[in-house]
Design a protein around this ligand. Structure first.
Ligand code: NAP
Length: 525
């Protein structure tokens, strides 16, 4: 399979009318063919029309059909074989092993959602049977299930060309919920997006679903992306990317005649709190593990540890020195795009020139284009509290250590933080009281709290929360990773006094789908 440069609208491959977007190989600087001519309002219109037409049929497909569809997508992606990895490597500079792992994760999460769809727990069926004899007022028959929101616009991420892109977590969870999906493909890896998009198209045909269940559009976010979000037939948005891009889409969605939810995963600096006993006992070992996490994927992870907060003293000095030494040995790595590389370089220079920030060390520099040279800085708690700039995400392998006078100042910094995807405690038994004191604050700040691990590496499972208060995401009540992501694209509907003949399958008295319902306040086994 080779990329052809087409938009995928339903089952059609369409050449856009606009200017062509070309991916750039970040390792060589070479422009990659083919070009992807941008879509216009007409292509947005056509994809939305097809999605809307497909919606009522698709949302009521039998659970088995929908589960088999998600599995068919995974099979089709695997069937592309090495062509997908090769194209991904050329468009992102990511190494083969990383992309193969990401393909496994992408197919794994599609299959996870297939199992979730089959189990049917997400329908959350509740039945409160009629109580005609109840005094003073009888109770009507009340039944609740969850239904799909409607067609969803998905904006893929630059840093996960497979797992958070065309058939990534947003798409998988929206399709699982019964929502057609229109993807605005990321301009940095259009060919990877097309190959995956064609795999989804093939699965749609194989499962004999309405063609509007899935489309992929190319073009600028500000034009094609905004037009998509403003279309009245789109009922929710999934996004992974910058704070600016996500916030712009939230505003676009809120200024519609019918405002819609935007689930944007944006900016997080993932603070790590090495507590005193742990820092004293194993500061050096901790420093090496920290540098390993910081450098992973050239730091281009939304869970990259960008902040270390600890009480100052010899133990923290030792940690900083060991981390600085380990960092000096870090090889440079190719970043995803020239734009991300420029933003990283500017972010690091801003810290380097900052009057209240001390540079500890830098990693090795590279000769080839778009190299990320790791960087470590130190500042004081007082200076961090004074300057908002120090809390800005530097997307890449850069981190800032905050030296605090005492435990109270550590708590003060925790209170001052913006919303985060993760917070991490490095602690030993003797740190238990300090951890207990911090925990209520950390719960208010983040979607995931870790102990003695590092935030990079997000398990795709049922208990995962990849979310958090703004600016980590635009809606702190949700997760974009794991099976609970399906709830972003559902809403509850209550059916009062509908006859059994009129009720949807999930709510019929005989429970034909064999669901574990909540009947009269008791959970069925
Ligand atoms: P981005 O610039 O926000 O782009 C993401 C997607 O949104 C692209 O498809 C882009 O379209 C579109 N878009 C951007 N601004 C828009 C706007 N105002 N209106 C409508 N659509 C818009 O993010 P990126 O290219 O992935 O990476 C840049 C920065 O994002 C990084 O430096 C980093 O700070 C952050 N980032 C965060 C995460 C995370 O998980 N938290 C992940 C990746 C990146 P175009 O095709 O026109 O660009």
């Amino acid at each position: 399979m080779t990329p052809e440069g087409n938009l995928l609208i339903g089952q059609q491959a369409v050449r856009g009318p606009g200017a062509a977007i070309h991916a750039i190989n970040p390792t060589t600087g070479e422009t990659l063919e083919p070009g992807y001519a941008a879509g216009s309002q007409a292509e947005v219109e056509r994809a939305c029309e097809l999605a809307w037409t497909a919606f009522d049929t698709y949302r009521e497909t039998p659970l088995e059909t929908r589960a088999a569809f998600l599995e068919a997508i995974a099979d089709e992606i695997e069937a592309i074989g090495d062509a997908l990895t090769e194209r991904g490597m050329a468009e992102t500079g990511l190494p083969r092993a990383r992309l193969e792992g990401e393909r496994g994760r992408t197919c794994g999460q599609l299959r996870l959602f297939a199992s979730v769809v089959r189990a049917g727990e997400w329908l959350d069926v509740r039945v409160d049977p009629a109580l005609p004899e109840r005094a003073p007022m009888p109770r009507p028959d009340l039944r609740q299930r969850h239904v799909a929101l409607g067609p969803v616009a998905v904006f893929g991420a630059s840093n996960f060309p497979l797992a958070f892109s065309v058939a990534g977590g947003d798409t998988a969870s929206a399709l699982a919920a019964g929502c057609p999906v229109i993807v605005k493909a990321h301009s940095a890896h259009p060919g990877t997006g097309e190959l995956v998009g064609r795999a989804v198209q093939a699965a749609v045909a194989k499962c004999q679903l309405p063609e509007g269940v899935f489309s992929v559009l190319y073009g600028s976010g500000r034009e094609v992306g905004q037009a998509l979000v403003r279309d009245a037939r789109i009922k929710a948005v999934g996004f992974t990317g910058s704070r600016g891009g996500g916030t712009a889409l939230v505003h676009a969605a809120q200024s519609r005649r019918e405002p819609i939810p935007v689930y944007a995963e944006m900016s997080s600096i993932n603070p790590v709190f090495p507590l005193p006993a742990a820092l004293k006992a194993r500061g050096e070992e901790m420093a090496k593990a920290f540098v390993g996490s910081l450098n992973m994927g050239a730091g281009q992870f939304c869970t990259n540890p960008g902040l270390i907060i600890a009480e100052k003293g010899p133990a923290l000095d030792g940690f900083i020195a060991a981390a600085g030494e380990a960092l000096k040995e870090s090889a440079s790595q190719t970043m995803l795009t020239p734009g991300i590389h420029d933003a990283y370089t500017q972010g690091v220079e801003k810290l380097s020139r900052h009057g209240q920030v001390r540079e500890v060390s830098r990693g090795k520099s590279g000769e080839t284009p778009n190299q990320c040279q790791s960087a470590l800085f130190v500042t004081s708690a007082a200076d961090f509290l004074k300057d908002e700039v120090l809390q800005e995400e530097v997307f890449g392998a850069s981190s800032l250590v905050i030296e605090c006078a005492d435990a109270n100042e550590v708590k003060q910094i925790a209170e001052h933080l913006e919303g985060q995807l993760t917070v991490t405690l490095q602690m030993d038994d003797a740190d238990l009281d300090a951890a207990r004191t911090l925990l209520p604050t950390l719960e208010r700040k983040a979607g995931r709290i870790l102990v003695n691990g590092w935030p990079t590496g997000v398990e795709v499972c049922h208990a995962m929360v990849h979310g958090g208060p703004y600016p980590a995401t635009s809606d702190s009540r949700t997760t974009s990773v794991g099976s609970a992501a399906i709830f972003r694209f559902l809403r509850p509907v209550c059916y009062q006094n509908l006859s059994d003949a009129l009720l949807p399958e999930a709510l019929k008295e005989s429970n034909p789908l064999a669901l574990r319902r909540l009947v009269d306040a008791k959970r069925e086994s």
